[in-house]
Design a protein around this ligand. Structure first.
Ligand code: PGA
Length: 254
């Protein structure tokens, strides 16, 4: 069955020194039983990955390391970019692809996201591919059309085996960083819609894909979200910056 996954997206927060403390504090608040039930992932900025990796390895922590972004080429004249291989050599296991902030602020297209997903898989890392509608799209009743096309285009050309191992995060853009969470029912329905969209193209692989909800997730709303059949975890922004609140989200069943 699908193992739950709670991933913290730190965005552009924390120096490498902060990251060491944040990972250590988080680890003090979690027990072996937590890691058995949930895959716990932290996604610090690039500059903090090496420090986070060092703490995780030297303290033998079961926290997995994720990156927030990468370019899809292996190497070359791409000033400022970071390749999937550079990340995998830092023991990064997950890479977020197509977060709405990357799409909206940095102009990433569905095609870019698709290339990234393939590049991440080629380095044996797990993509966390994001999708989600804007406020206007929601108002115009275009949510399913938008999310459906992001999922289809993002997964184009993948094999069913590859798809089975990936993670998709449904993050309505109007809920990110706004304090407005989708209701557990709406979030659950959209995650079911995402799974059905994957199933149309890849059949049974859709049963193995882990689907996360993201958008103002906190300790107070995680349990309702996790009760939904097609929600396998959460991608957490703001509440992941405080190890106490992130740990309470990881331990939502208590
Ligand atoms: P938020 O961010 O939890 O602060 O809304 C979620 C995300 O952007 O992944």
């Amino acid at each position: 069955m699908r193992k739950d996954l709670i991933a913290g997206n730190w965005k552009m927060h924390s120096t490498h020194l902060d990251a060491i403390q944040m990972v250590q504090k988080l680890s003090y608040r979690l027990d072996p039983a937590d890691y058995e039930r949930v895959d716990v992932v932290v996604c610090p900025p690039f500059t903090a990955l090496r420090s986070a990796q060092t703490v995780i390895e030297s303290d033998h922590l079961q926290i997995d390391l994720g990156a927030q972004h990468c370019f899809y080429e292996e190497k070359g004249a791409y000033t400022g970019e970071v390749s999937p291989q550079m990340l995998s050599k830092l023991s990064v296991s997950y890479v977020i692809a197509g977060h709405s902030e990357r799409r909206q602020i940095f102009g990433e297209s569905d095609d870019d996201v698709n290339k990234k997903v393939k590049a991440i898989l080629s380095e044996d890392m797990i993509p966390i591919m994001c999708c989600g509608e804007t406020d206007e799209e929601k108002e115009q009743g275009l949510t399913e059309e938008r999310v459906g096309s992001q999922v289809r285009l993002g997964l184009q050309g993948l094999t069913a085996d590859q798809v089975a191992g990936i993670v998709i995060a449904y993050e309505p853009i109007w809920a990110i960083g706004t304090g407005k969470t989708a209701s557990a029912d709406d979030a659950g329905d959209m995650c079911t819609f995402v799974r059905n969209t994957v199933a149309e193209q890849f059949g049974e692989a859709a049963d193995s894909v882990r689907i996360l909800y993201g958008g103002s997730v906190k300790a107070g709303n995680i349990a309702g979200l996790m009760a939904k059949r097609d929600i396998d975890g959460a991608l957490v922004g703001g509440a992941a910056l405080d190890p106490d609140s992130f740990a309470s989200i990881v331990r939502y069943w208590l």
